[in-house]
Design a protein around this ligand. Structure first.
Ligand code: CP
Length: 305
């Protein structure tokens, strides 16, 4: 994976992974999804019972607790860092915090931060392996992987699928990781939402369209959370559900085998009608379940000897 000179490996950006590396993680994710209580690990470890630390500088429910659960299922030790009661409040930097945990014998740090680019900067300077648990609006690689796993379980492949990604694309690290990874596998991606939330640069397999055009013929519909904490625009968009969200009228026009996804947390009645969250073609809770499986796969690979 990204940094090969360290004894352990990092997972910082899906952009840096090959399709072979992604497929390996999806295969292991599939194994853990099918065998959640297996005690068989595929690879020898650098140490028998690795220690991970969850360093979250932004709130999280799914990512943080699924990493904790994944680590415990693998027999790892887990430390949970509380940023508000840590020495970062006295000015300790992320680098110094990581060197401190490294000195204690921590093997893997799982980091959620607002600071884009900081993990790439620090990774070559520390021996502890770094896993990006969401960095600003840049990437959220394990969310991208669990989304790919969910789609692959459904269709058996990723190539040629039509994927609609709807909403706040510009501020979404989830959208970025999915666009990068789905593009590597030859999916056709349609982006839709308020014009000011669309990216300014797109590749040839990506198009920007209206919400209704993006949904037409889509195999996969990914709704994105309106991220009111990242911008002040939300309150200025009246009637978001009717203008850009997945409401019942749009849902009724989807193909029978279209699946609906959302990374969550979701805003019921804003980007998605709350009644649609548990419909039979929603995969939102499957995504959560796959989050544990894919994070087991990532921890295994980062701690493989
Ligand atoms: N999807 C996701 O990253 O959720 P959390 O913010 O709860 O981790």
């Amino acid at each position: 994976m990204a940094i090969q000179t360290k004894m352990r490996k990092d997972l910082i950006l899906l952009k840096d992974l090959s399709t072979e590396e992604i497929n390996h993680l999806l295969d292991r994710g599939d194994f853990w999804a099918d065998n959640p209580n297996s005690t068989i690990s595929s690879a020898p470890r650098t140490v028998a019972n690795p220690v991970i630390v969850n360093l979250f500088f932004e709130p999280s429910t799914r990512t943080r607790f699924s990493f904790e659960l994944a680590a415990k299922k693998l027999g790892y030790h887990v430390l949970n860092f509380d940023a508000r009661n840590s020495s970062t409040t006295k000015g300790e930097t992320l680098y110094d915090t990581l060197r401190t945990f490294e000195a204690m014998g921590v093997n893997t740090a799982i980091i959620r931060t607002q600071e884009e680019g900081i993990l790439q900067e620090i990774a070559p300077q520390v021996e502890v392996s770094l896993i990006n648990a969401g960095a600003g609006a840049n990437e959220h690689p394990t969310q991208g992987l669990l989304d790919l796993l969910t789609i692959r379980q459904e269709f058996g492949h990723l190539e040629g699928l039509k994927v609609a990604i709807i909403g706040d694309v510009k501020h979404s690290r989830v959208a970025n990781s999915n666009i990068v990874a789905l593009s590597k596998f030859g999916a056709a991606i349609s982006l839709a939402g308020p014009e000011q939330w669309m990216p300014t640069e797109i590749d040839s397999n990506v198009q920007i369209s209206s919400v209704d055009d993006a949904l037409n013929d889509a195999d996969v519909v990914m709704m994105l959370r309106v991220q009111s904490e990242r911008h002040a625009l939300t309150n200025t968009i009246d009637n978001y559900l009717e203008s850009y969200g997945l409401n019942k009228t749009r849902f009724a026009k989807l193909k029978d085998n279209t699946i609906v996804m959302h990374p969550a947390p979701f805003n019921r009645g804003i980007e998605i009608d709350g009644d649609l969250i548990e419909r039979s073609n929603s995969r939102i809770y499957r995504q959560v379940a796959n989050g544990v499986a894919i994070r087991m796969a990532v921890l295994e690979l980062c701690n493989a000897g």
